[in-house]
Design a protein around this ligand. Structure first.
Ligand SMILES: *Cc1c(COP(=O)(O)O)cnc(C)c1O
Length: 360
């Protein structure tokens, strides 16, 4: 069976090496030495000044919203994982959906200004599939209207924009290191900022609002992650360049194999510095997409409809909102299997099965 993703696992001995250290120190969690080491290495790799390792990518978004003190209306994208929207609602803000650019799948900056009202406090945008948002335009709008910007960078590990880390933009960026992501720590995530005072706020909020062990400075939550998770991150980080390189090569193979379909549009619009986190293809309509899924299931291949459904259709969004492009894309986009161990033979087999369905 071939699933849409399969977690990268480092050589077991390398993880065992860290386990021995953990047993020797008997320090399992609460900002331990491996968590510190992982944070330092990630700051260096991602070229950012402040980074907080947390227990998942959803808590990362929730803490980001709280640390910026957001209230009222938050402009966001309808084309993302449900955690982007649910975190806004969870923090008692109202998501206002601005439609996507159907070529990049990211929030369309040209549509943002008309959605701004006196109630708007922020923009929460996702770098969809690892493809960077048009950050320069988004930041210009935010500055003009005095709005905060959070980027959900759960897909964007390693993505660059004009030779700069994609995490150098916005007030806060968040990441997910869930096992399905290209860099993972089993469960995990991170919060990145360039502002020292926001960084202080995040540090306290991640640890129950505590500062210096005893004094409680604000409402906090338990956003900490463990030494065991950090150890997996340290092991995997050693292989990150190899992982990124392999995904680029596999993606190029899909693109070549699937050329007769003229799909895989995101790649013609992804600028240099894309991380190949996913391999999405956009079919002409939902009926063709369903046929392809059925054909792939027959050969034990399990792609994923991602993102589906479009988030403005969630039952807890009231009053109803519309996002035509997002709704359309989410009805006919499919992410093909893409992971480190996938072979060229498997890519070819999957591609041929897709091509065969196009002849009816
Ligand atoms: C995976 C993901 C999240 C949530 O991350 P978890 O670590 O699973 O909580 C949030 N946003 C996007 C875009 C994601 O893909």
């Amino acid at each position: 069976m071939i699933n849409v993703t399969k977690p990268f696992l480092p050589p077991k001995e390398e993880y065992n090496h860290y386990l021995k250290e953990i047993w020797r120190r008997e320090w399992l969690t609460n900002n331990g030495p491996l968590v510190n080491e992982l944070e330092l290495k990630l700051k260096e790799y991602l070229d950012v000044p402040h980074l907080f390792y947390v227990n998942n990518g959803t808590i990362a978004i929730q803490i980001a919203i709280k640390a910026l003190g957001l209230k009222g209306d938050v402009i966001t994208t309808p084309f993302s994982f449900v955690a982007t929207t649910s975190s806004i609602v969870w923090e008692n803000c109202r998501p206002i959906f601005v439609d996507i650019n159907p070529k990049t799948y990211n929030i369309d900056p040209k549509l943002i200004e008309q959605a701004i009202t006196p109630e708007t406090t922020a923009i929460v945008a996702t770098h969809v599939f690892g493809n960077a948002c048009e950050v320069e335009q988004i930041e210009a709008i935010a500055k003009k209207h005095n709005l905060k910007v959070i980027y959900d960078g759960a897909h964007a590990f390693g993505t660059q924009r004009n030779n700069k880390s994609i995490f150098s933009f916005g007030d806060i960026s968040t990441l997910s290191f869930h096992a399905t992501k290209l860099f993972h720590t089993i469960e995990g995530g991170a919060i990145i900022t360039h502002d020292a005072s926001i960084a202080n706020e995040i540090a306290r909020m991640r640890n129950f609002g505590l500062e210096g062990g005893e004094s409680i400075k604000c409402v906090g939550i338990n956003g900490k992650n463990s030494e065991f998770h950090a150890a997996m991150g340290l092991c995997n980080l050693k292989y990150i360049d190899e992982i990124l390189e392999k995904r680029a090569v596999l993606s190029a193979r899909y693109t070549k194999m699937l050329e007769p379909l003229r799909i895989g549009e995101i790649f013609s619009h992804a600028p240099n510095g894309f991380n190949y986190a996913y391999y999405p293809i956009l079919f002409k309509n939902e009926a063709i997409l369903l046929k392809v899924i059925e054909a792939l299931h027959k050969i034990y291949v399990h792609p994923r409809r991602y993102f589906y459904p479009s988030l403005e259709t969630l039952s807890y969004i009231t009053p109803k909102q519309e996002a035509k492009n997002s709704n359309d894309v989410s009805s006919r986009v499919l992410c093909l299997p893409l992971y480190h161990d996938l072979s060229f033979e498997e890519v070819d087999m999957i591609s041929r099965a897709i091509l065969r369905t196009q002849n009816y």
